[in-house]
Design a protein around this ligand. Structure first.
Ligand code: FES
Ligand SMILES: [Fe+2]
Length: 403
């Protein structure tokens, strides 16, 4: 059954391993995705691993301060080189646990025992990936020529820049293993039609859980408050444009908090020191997305990075990273439990509803259903995905090739 515009996808898009492979090749490996925040790598030698599908990448800081992304595949016989999720590299590099080839923090091969005279060490370094740091966020891409980041950099300078994310640090991170296809996780993230029934905590705080007409009224007064404080963050909607202009996708959406709420905290009151350009709370929040699987939410006093990590056709990891001002100290300036409460409970709820969605979609009786007005972003995300994927069946591919 072919996909239908304005409807959820046919079952095989959420269940077929061959389509998952196409997702990886045609979409996920071609785009940029957020690996984390530079504050996780304060010193030379610090590293963490990033995974996507079966791929593993070492993100590390070298002695000269540069951040590198290196494929975690040994150039000898292919073993994983680094098997620790994060830490500080001993001896200024990584040594493969199999036959002890040793690599520097920039990926160069430093030592390999008993190799023939013809062996060229300079050609056997760990393969580097494209990497850019924007407003403290590390983005990597597997593509040799990934989409351009000019539009994304501009939008990030405005959104993450105004929120002070270049001068932030990671306060906490949590990982949720979701037994579902990555597109069900993203479709869920992109809409708030489910917020009233599924997220009572979130729906009491955020206007986008309300029907559009009510939300629009709340947005107007929140924007006036922002302007009065000199805060200007422009909405950006690139979903319709990005494939055409060769730019990485970017969207920015300012969204109001409900009256009486300054931020996403248990009592609606400030939860950490103000960040960036905010002289006080403006009663707004800023959602922004870069590429297909990296999503962000900024309040005036903290931020949240949402990394969706497709691992297999039916398995997605969701990593949530909380940011605070670089100088904020736990216990003195913020209570970690209050800081993380809203997105911890919301993520646990999301895991459950996404997994139930997958269970229903697995049924032979599932058929694609129509998106509501409140699922506009989801509908456009799916349209973008289909455009990126191109023809999926051999017959469709043949027809496209003949055109
Ligand atoms: S596979 Fe890494 S040293 Fe042999
Ligand atoms: Fe949700």
């Amino acid at each position: 059954m072919p996909p239908r515009a304005g409807y959820s996808l046919p079952r095989e898009f959420y269940t077929d391993p061959a389509i998952f492979e196409q997702d990886m090749e045609r979409m996920l490996l071609r785009h940029w995705f957020c690996a984390g925040h530079v504050s996780s790598l304060p010193n030379a030698g610090d590293f963490f691993l990033v995974e996507l599908g079966v791929e593993s990448v070492i993100v590390c800081r070298a002695a000269d301060g540069a951040v590198h992304a290196l494929l975690n595949v040994c150039r000898h016989r292919g073993s994983r080189v680094c098997v620790t999720r994060s830490g500080t590299a001993q001896g200024g590099g990584f040594t493969c646990p199999y036959h002890a080839w040793s690599y520097g923090l920039d990926g160069r091969l430093r030592a390999a025992r008993e190799m023939p005279a013809s062996f060229r060490r300079e050609e056997a370094g760990l393969k580097p990936l494209q990497l850019r740091v924007l407003e403290g966020l590390i983005f990597i891409s597997f593509a040799a020529t990934p989409p351009a980041l000019d539009d994304a950099a501009r939008a990030l300078a405005n959104a993450a820049g105004t929120h002070g994310w270049a001068n932030a640090r990671v306060a906490h991170q949590a990982r949720f293993e979701i037994h579902a296809n990555w597109k069900l996780a993203l479709e869920n993230y992109m809409e708030c039609y489910h917020c009233q029934p599924a997220h009572p905590e979130f729906a009491r705080r955020h206007a986008n859980a309300r029907p559009w007409t009510q939300a629009a009224e709340l947005e107007r007064s929140a924007h006036e408050r922002s302007s009065a404080l000199g805060i200007r963050i422009d909405n950006v909607d690139h979903y319709a444009l990005k494939a055409r202009v060769g730019q990485e996708s970017v969207s920015v959406l300012r969204s109001a908090l409900l009256p009486g709420h300054l931020t996403g905290s248990p009592d609606g009151q400030q939860v950490a020191p103000l960040m960036g350009a905010f002289p006080q709370h403006d009663g707004n929040s800023t959602y922004f997305d870069i590429g297909p699987v990296s999503d962000f939410l900024a309040y005036a006093d903290h931020g949240v990075i949402y990394r969706f990590i497709p691992r297999a056709v039916d398995r997605t990891e969701m990593e949530v990273i909380w940011l605070v001002h670089a100088d904020a100290v736990a216990g003195r300036d913020y209570d970690p439990a209050r800081l993380t409460w809203l997105w911890q409970v919301t993520s646990v709820e999301d895991k459950l509803i996404i997994e139930r969605n997958q269970e229903g979609v697995n049924s032979r009786y599932y058929e694609p259903g129509p998106y509501s007005l409140q699922e506009d972003y989801t509908s456009r995300f799916v349209a973008w995905y289909l455009a990126e994927l191109g023809p999926t069946s051999p017959a469709q591919r043949a027809a496209a090739a003949a055109r």
